[in-house]
Design a protein around this ligand. Structure first.
Ligand SMILES: *[C@@H]1O[C@H](CO)[C@@H](O)[C@H](O)[C@H]1NC(C)=O
Ligand SMILES: *[C@@H]1O[C@H](CO)[C@@H](O)[C@H](O)[C@H]1NC(C)=O
Ligand SMILES: *[C@@H]1O[C@H](CO)[C@@H](O)[C@H](O)[C@H]1NC(C)=O
Length: 393
């Protein structure tokens, strides 16, 4: 590429030149040519950088004390996020070089999504080539690491169990070696107790990477008792998950709390006078019923619906969560369970009280960024509760 490469019309296409050479270096000479590879990569980054300011293509090296880890699923709503707080954006949508430049200008990391079949990673050669590919992609897109989101079933005494820990360790080692200051993280379920058949070596994985993102949501994915609608992330159940991670020996600084910015809409087969909503039996990984009976709704949609619902927002004391009911055009009752600033603030207090690394959410796009005055206020309130309350420490 020659001339003054700035803001190519098709982000990500321009940077393809020079890749085969870089790929060879990474694959064949990772140790010997380390210094050269880094210098070459740096020079290449500056030359092909899509940002206004070429230094914005450099990886972020600063390690914040408090993480605000944000998942972004695409589009342009990121322009309206609270960048005074964000430290990492995990990009699960289409790559957007404009987002990368902007995040870097705010000192925030941008990380890749990593997903791979656990059957495949038993083979060490496969793992090595998967990692090499991800490194090439991260370099090409000027990214600062990778968030590994597997979520697949793994049996405790299977070869996948150790292979997964090895994948995380090898990925972290490779990224840390090849991209200075890079971050490698792993997404874990709300509890270490083999949720959804995920028997992972949680201590080994947390040790191997920078930190784990605890997905404290979808906590009704396996319901073994009554098939009734319940909160996405009930207060006690959520915090018990963190207690369990910590008591198995994981340093709280290796844990980032993930909160939901979405809820579940359940159709009630029966709705009792005291708001017990019986739901269809939809089994999941061995459990007789699950939240798959409902569907996920972003906070912005919930906020548009709650005022016109039959009940308005109600508060469940046991689960410390809001919900409401409405009737659909076919005359069926629905119950919608969600999280709002009140329920999130209660859980977020644990971050400070127990010295967790930070907080984050699935996903940042879920709020209303239209700028309408009521929406603007609701959106600001959701971002605000992520801020650490230092006085509680
Ligand atoms: C785990 O074990 C169960 C029961 O033996 C089996 O049905 C399931 O397919 C296994 N899952 C994987 C991912 O190997
Ligand atoms: C978890 O992984 C670590 C690091 O590989 C290993 O030392 C440890 O024995 C593993 N734990 C279990 C329970 O397999
Ligand atoms: C819903 O009702 C609340 C409380 O009465 C009010 O503050 C809010 O503005 C309403 N939201 C919308 C979208 O009208």
């Amino acid at each position: 590429m020659s001339g003054t490469p700035r803001r190519p019309p098709l982000p990500g296409v321009r940077q393809l030149s020079g890749l085969p050479g870089l790929a060879l270096l990474l694959l064949a000479l990772p140790l010997v040519a380390k210094a050269d590879a880094q210098a070459d990569a740096q020079a290449e980054a500056e030359a092909d950088c899509p940002c206004e300011e070429p230094t914005l293509c450099r990886p972020i090296r600063h390690h914040p004390d408090h993480e605000v880890f944000v998942f972004d699923v695409g589009y342009k709503t990121w322009k309206y996020y609270d960048w005074s707080q964000i430290t990492t954006v995990a990009t699960f949508g289409k790559y957007d070089s404009e987002l990368m430049c902007y995040a870097h200008s705010k000192g925030a990391r941008v990380v890749l999504k990593g997903d791979v079949s656990v059957k495949d990673i038993i083979d060490p050669t496969f793992r090595a080539s998967w990692i090499a590919q991800k490194l090439i992609l991260a370099r090409k897109q000027y990214m600062d690491g990778i968030n590994i989101d597997i979520e697949q079933e793994v049996n405790c005494s299977s070869p996948e169990y150790d292979a997964l820990t090895a994948l995380v360790k090898e990925t972290a080692d490779a990224f840390h070696r090849e991209i200075e200051g890079s971050q490698v993280t792993f997404d874990v379920a709300w509890s270490p107790k083999n949720i959804d058949g995920r028997c992972y070596n949680y201590t080994g994985i947390a040790d191997a990477c920078d930190f784990v993102f605890v997905m404290s949501y979808d906590e009704q994915s396996q319901v073994w008792s009554d098939c009734i609608a319940a909160a996405n992330a009930p207060y006690i159940q959520t915090l018990t998950g963190y207690d369990d991670y910590i008591s198995m020996g994981i340093n709280p600084r290796k844990l980032v709390m993930g909160v939901p910015w979405y809820g579940y809409d359940y159709t009630c087969l029966k709705l009792s006078a005291d708001d017990v909503c019986t739901i269809a039996k939809v089994p999941f990984r061995g459990a007789p019923c699950s939240d798959a009976a409902g569907h996920q709704v972003p906070y912005k949609v919930i906020m548009k619906q709650v005022n016109s619902s039959i009940s308005g927002s109600q508060w469940n004391e046991d689960q410390q969560a809001p919900y409401y009911k409405y009737k659909d055009p076919a005359g069926r009752f629905h119950q919608v369970w969600y999280d709002n600033p009140r329920s999130i603030a209660l859980k977020a207090a644990y971050v400070n009280q127990h010295g967790l690394r930070g907080i984050g959410m699935w996903n940042a796009n879920s709020l209303d960024y239209s700028g309408h005055p009521v929406a603007k206020w609701q959106t600001e309130e959701m971002w605000k509760v992520l801020k650490p309350k230092l006085s509680q420490r």
